[in-house]
Design a protein around this ligand. Structure first.
Ligand code: SF4
Ligand code: SF4
Ligand code: FES
Length: 236
């Protein structure tokens, strides 16, 4: 199989034999590094879709290398592996997660317990259980077109975290999370749903954004920013 890998401005080409039907993109990268080219750099740790470090673009699709089988993405001409979009490349397939990590930090994306927490029942957990599966892989961030018009946009990963804590009845911030969403320009989302469709954990990212945005506008917490079209004004 022909494997092309984009490495900064250049593309390296390798030929490897893939006989195992379960072989993943990560297996391919490891085979190349171990047998053909020790200089190749990529990032991976858990091999089990848990650590969120192995995101890459394969034949134009953003995926986790350890979760994606070669069979799912292979074409007649082979596969092209590239670094994720919307992030600076450090080397070869290794990208800098710093941008979205600092946005998460600025948005207080952690649990802040209220003074007298209440018991949590399964029906409470159901409100945000899917969002707790987020592995911070940044794939939603890499597919998002909203950054083209607004570099200050918080990004889908950020709004998933806001949603998770906003829906938790024991979180002390409550609607302050919605104010933070407003400061992170949530109205710059164009609701393309690429984030939802690409998330390896099947988190309904765009639907969460829609809920925060709708609630925030009803309460007067979220206002559309000047010079940005209002999604709701198009009558979607
Ligand atoms: S929401 Fe999904 S795609 Fe985005 S960082 Fe979390 S797990 Fe990855
Ligand atoms: S739905 Fe919004 S947040 Fe998700 S990829 Fe599209 S513009 Fe980005
Ligand atoms: S190696 Fe951890 S998610 Fe792929």
């Amino acid at each position: 199989m022909r494997v092309k890998i984009r490495r900064f401005a250049e593309t390296s080409e390798y030929f490897i034999s893939v006989t195992e039907r379960r072989a993943t993109i990560l297996d391919v990268l490891e085979a190349i590094k171990n047998n053909l080219d020790i200089t190749l750099s990529y990032r991976a740790q858990c091999r089990a879709a848990i650590c969120g470090t192995c995101g890459v673009k394969v034949n134009g699709k953003m995926v986790l290398a350890c979760k994606t089988k070669v069979l799912e993405v292979e074409r007649d001409e082979g596969i092209l592996i590239e670094p994720l979009d919307n992030m600076e490349v450090i080397k070869d397939l290794v990208v800098d997660h710093g941008d979205f990590i600092s946005k998460l930090r600025d948005a207080k994306s952690w649990y802040i317990e209220k003074e007298q927490p209440e018991k949590v029942y399964p029906e409470d957990l159901a409100n945000y259980e899917r969002e707790t599966d987020c592995i911070l892989c940044g794939i939603c961030y890499s597919v998002c077109p909203a950054f083209q018009n607004d570099k200050e946009f918080g990004g889908p990963i950020n709004f998933v975290k806001m949603f998770r804590f906003w829906k938790d009845k024991n979180d002390a911030l409550g609607d302050v999370r919605v104010e933070i969403a407003n400061k992170n320009n949530i109205t710059s989302c164009v609701h393309c749903r690429y984030c939802t469709l690409s998330c390896p954990k099947q988190i309904p990212v765009e639907e969460d954004i829609l809920q925060i945005e709708f609630y925030g506008k009803q309460k007067g917490i979220i206002q559309k920013k000047e010079n940005f079209p209002d999604f709701f004004s198009f009558g979607f």
